[in-house]
Ligand binder design. Structure first.
Ligand code: AMP
Length: 215
């Protein structure tokens, strides 16, 4: 049976870091909608241009655009054994669409791994976050610095600060999370699919909790 999991939580809580740490052992595809939008932007596609206008403001890309992109991505062969969704769904409409897409494939979301931390911690992490231009790996100048300043440990790519990691956009993204995404906590909890994980713990401990929740 294909395995479908969701990494859920506010911006900066460590979803991408945890996805990097568990995706290989799970042997399922990793679909991070933020990475897909950034990849489109890099390749200068129409979708990338459209997404940029929302991303730059810290707003969500409209549901129909995001859902369409995920639907197309799910048609790729590497998703057959399952998917670790990261940063998707972010609205109730996206969650409903995902349930529908998966049920068409005879599957369902098994677990939603909800990593949480207070806003002060999120702002601190976003402010110290550096991302690899080439492979998207994430670093933190305090808790997870790269071995060589400005260079990705994984692929040797150049590290940069995402334009939406500036203070004003960080605040906006946290607000958008609270207003549009946090309502999903109750949505998933009601369905008995939510596992709460304390994102303030050291990276290794969070990974241990993620693994335990996946079972
Ligand atoms: P992330 O890399 O997850 O922090 O996402 C960066 C930006 O991409 C967000 O601030 C949104 O503008 C956009 N984005 C990523 N995932 C979604 C989604 N599921 N729904 C709408 N917009 C998204």
């Amino acid at each position: 049976m294909a395995k479908y999991l969701v990494l859920f939580g506010p911006p900066g809580v460590g979803k991408g870091t945890q996805a990097e740490r568990v995706k290989d052992e799970l042997q399922i595809a990793h679909i991070a909608t933020g990475d897909l939008f950034r990849d489109n932007l890099k390749r200068e596609t129409e979708l990338g241009q459209l997404a940029k206008s929302y991303m730059d403001r810290g707003a969500l890309v409209p549901d129909e655009v995001t859902i369409g992109m995920v639907r197309a991505r799910l048609e790729e062969a590497d998703t057959q054994n399952g998917v670790l969704f990261d940063g998707f769904p972010r609205t109730v409409a996206q969650a409903e669409a995902l349930d529908q897409l998966l049920s068409e494939r005879g599957g369902r979301i098994e677990k939603v791994l909800f990593i949480h931390a207070p806003d002060s911690v999120l702002l601190d992490r976003l402010g110290n976050r550096w991302t690899c231009k080439k492979c998207g790996a994430v670093y933190n100048l305090n808790s997870k610095p790269p071995q060589v300043t400005g260079v990705c440990d994984v692929c040797g790519g150049e590290l940069y600060q995402r334009p939406d990691d500036n203070l004003e956009t960080q605040r906006k993204r946290i607000e958008v999370y609270a207003a549009q995404t946090a309502p999903l906590i109750e949505y998933f909890d009601r369905q008995g699919r939510l596992a709460r994980i304390d994102g303030q713990q050291p990276i290794e401990k969070v990974t241990a909790d993620v693994r335990a929740a996946i079972g």
